[in-house]
Design a binder for this molecule. Structure first.
Ligand SMILES: *Cc1c(COP(=O)(O)O)cnc(C)c1O
Length: 360
């Protein structure tokens, strides 16, 4: 090792899902939305004036911030926006987890949390989910430097009730509690109404999943004015122009089409519920997902082998080679047609491959 390497902030980065360059893939590996964004977005893009790109974007990000404030019934000073919710969460870790005490999050959860903790030097403790992959609210009653969890959780899809989230808040009044609602629009109650009562609650959401705009990179957070003020303080000390003109205008535009948004989310929920029944009939087991993916395991078939077999057919799902979840596949809910291709392959595979009887 060279002398200078001893002082490098060396981290093992987050590994995003694969973006295959092939055409004709059934892409169910990164929880993207299979439907296009609102047609209003396409219209807006056509009328975009490239001359405006000479100028820096609006530092107050008014179009998007006001759109979000109106949509979620809060003041604009209660809204923070960032480059996807990854940027929002990263800024929140940097701003709020500064006590030297460990930040708590589940052992099976979004695999970016421990990466941010590592890169910012924040101590953390991973709290085991129960055997059914549920978050146990009582486990968040120990001394800590903050709490963060997704609701619904990823990659399990299991959701907490609002009363359970409020219980966690009640027992954590002196630290910031972050609820990552990346998948909330697929059928879970949002904790946003609780920000009026708990000034230490930060609710984070994204346009990447339910609004079909993962490529635009727009995320946001809602919290008390005080909390949001601190978040902007940190962001503006790192980079004051994170949101480009496309993100601000197209993001605001997407918010205006509530009917399209609702219709798209409902389609995904309907497909998810149908696929749950079909997977269960094939013998798969999974937590009851409230997200746009299903985290499924088959007692008789090896998940990694199945993952590879699917990949050969250009059906991409996500496999995590990690303790407790190495027998699971995370399958994004795509269109009905995509899910039919997946299900047809699974049926064929199970007819051909003899079960390896891992659990028998
Ligand atoms: C997808 C996801 C995010 C981040 O998505 P962005 O595209 O950065 O908005 C954050 N948290 C969880 C749990 C996610 O699954």
């Amino acid at each position: 090792m060279r002398g200078w390497e001893a002082n490098v902030r060396a981290v093992t980065p987050y590994t995003p899902g694969e973006q295959p360059k092939l055409s004709h893939v059934v892409k169910l590996n990164t929880n993207e939305n299979p439907y296009p964004p609102s047609p209003l977005v396409a219209q807006k893009l056509k009328s975009f004036d490239p001359d405006t790109l000479r100028l820096y974007p609006d530092p107050a990000m008014s179009s998007l911030v006001q759109g979000l404030a109106d949509r979620y019934g809060v003041d604009r000073e209660q809204v923070f926006v960032g480059v996807g919710s990854d940027d929002v969460l990263s800024m929140a870790f940097l701003a709020f987890f500064n006590s030297g005490r460990p930040v708590l999050f589940p052992d099976i959860t979004y695999s970016f949390y421990d990466v941010w903790a590592e890169v910012y030097g924040i101590p953390y403790e991973q709290i085991p989910l129960d055997r059914q992959f549920g978050i146990v609210k009582e486990d968040y009653r120990r001394e800590n430097g903050g709490v963060v969890f997704p609701n619904p959780n990823a990659p399990t899809g299991a959701a907490l009730a609002l009363s359970e989230i409020e219980d966690i808040l009640c027992h954590n009044r002196d630290v910031v509690v972050i609820v990552d609602e990346a998948y909330v629009d697929f059928g879970t109650a949002s904790a946003i109404p609780l920000v009026e009562k708990y000034d230490n609650l930060l609710v984070v959401q994204t346009f990447s999943k339910s609004r079909s705009m993962a490529g635009l990179r727009v995320g946001f957070a809602v919290g008390s004015k005080k909390l949001i003020g601190y978040l902007y303080g940190v962001r503006n000390s790192v980079n004051s122009y994170t949101m480009n003109r496309f993100a601000l205008e197209l993001g605001a535009c997407a918010l205006k089409d509530e009917a399209y948004f609702r219709k798209t989310c409902q389609k995904i929920v309907n497909t998810r519920e149908r696929v749950k029944k079909e997977l269960a009939a094939l013998g798969f087991v999974f937590p009851d997902s409230k997200a746009n993916f299903i985290f499924a395991s088959h007692p008789a078939y090896d998940a990694k082998k199945l993952f590879e077999a699917l990949r050969q057919q250009h059906i991409f799902v996500r496999y995590f080679e990690k303790p407790r979840i190495s027998s699971y596949l995370r399958i994004t809910v795509g269109t009905d047609e995509q899910m039919d291709i997946l299900l047809a392959f699974l049926k064929k595979y199970m007819k051909k491959e003899t079960p390896d009887g891992r659990f028998s």
